[in-house]
Design a protein around this ligand. Sequence first.
Ligand SMILES: Cc1cc2nc3c(=O)[nH]c(=O)nc-3n(C[C@H](O)[C@H](O)[C@H](O)COP(=O)(O)OP(=O)(O)OC[C@H]3O[C@@H](n4cnc5c(N)ncnc54)[C@H](O)[C@@H]3O)c2cc1C
Length: 416
Amino acid sequence: MVNFSLTPRQKELREIAMDYATAVAEPIAIESDQMPEVDKSFNWDLVREASKRGLRTLSIPERFGGEGADVLTLAMCGECIAYGDLGVAVGFDQTWKIMTAIANLCNEEQQNRWIPRIMEDDEFLLGIPVTEPLAGSDNLLPYDAPGSGVQMLAKKKGDKWLLNGTKRYISNGGLAKMYYVLARTDPDGPLSTSLTGFLVPSDLPGFSVPEVWDKMGQRAVQNGTLVFEDVEIRDRDRVGEVGASLPAVGALLLGFGSNIQAGATVLGVAQRAYDLSHQYAHERIQGGKPIIEHDIQRKRLVRMAMKLQATRSYLWYAGWNCKQEDFDRKHASMSKVFASEESLAVCVEALELWGATGYMKKNPIEKLLRDAISFLHSDGTNDVLSLKAATFMAQQRLEKTDKRYSNRVAEAAAGQ
Ligand SMILES: Cc1cc2nc3c(=O)[nH]c(=O)nc-3n(C[C@H](O)[C@H](O)[C@H](O)COP(=O)(O)OP(=O)(O)OC[C@H]3O[C@@H](n4cnc5c(N)ncnc54)[C@H](O)[C@@H]3O)c2cc1C
């Protein structure tokens, strides 16, 4: 049965997130967006206030005092926070999904040691450094030739590991108190047998953030270059078996909600662009009447509304799907690709509806457009996620015994 009704708690959480977005996130983020010094623009009040409202800890399991929210609920809340600002939403969304990974991939001892600290510290954010200067998409598809992909090396030294290497573009880089770092434990092996995860607190000697990237949008969150020089990690902070973490990256993107939640945040931006455009169309008068009374603009708003609703329905379906036993993984990547493309299209429509006024920095649409475009690349490029989905799709085929199997297609394919 198809059921789109939300639980009372989901409704409540959406309200909490929406109130935070409009009352707290948006006004602060507008200031951050205009600040030229990117490494100084982050405002910790955003995190403290979200902690107070229970938003930062949404994905922490209930047994540790968190909300225990599932992917669908996180997607809904991420959309609401991004309605206020995408960068702010990304900061929390990263924390939520890495927390979900910790709850699923870490052993009991690690969970008992780390999760209470994350829960109790109102400023505890998390980050996941995978991307490196010479290895971006090669970690996500992945390119499995010997020695390819992640170059950061983790070398065993007694009961410790020494981490050396550089990660870049990392969301919450320089803000997070702990990172789930992916390093290679075999310098020459293929990624599928060489990648190992570590929990790395940010106060360890040898760790530094030499650069915070100046970027087009998402300016209320930091993206850093992280340098690790002989950073010593205890073996008890290794996540999973040595060399077996590549599936964890796949699980994070697909089953643990990364792609779906990413898609939902960019949808929040598009929803804001639509609402502002709807208001503007009522209040802006040209041709002797509000522009919403001109058919071409009314139709534009209808097109925008259709894209929003179709995107939301797909993301909610994908959020439901990833909890099913026969989870169809392609929908995780495909829903992010769809959401980012459609959301960007909605923002472009908004810019057209607003005319030159939309292009001016004093008005909100140009920021929304700059923010929305980031998700063509963030959380995996759309090209690469489409290729990932295509791989899953190619693995699915109709068997001859299937009711839908067509003999005529088989004959045609055989040239008959
Ligand atoms: C706002 C933002 C936040 C980010 N946050 C994080 C983060 O928190 N953690 C993290 O680890 N990374 C993060 N990233 C990095 C992001 O995941 C990478 O940018 C992405 O994986 C692509 O890597 P790349 O930029 O090196 O591009 P490349 O991999 O160099 O790709 C360049 C182009 O080639 C295409 N391409 C690559 N491989 C193939 C192929 N096999 N076949 C066809 N086309 C291909 C790509 O689609 C792209 O068009 C973030 C990026 C952004 C923009």
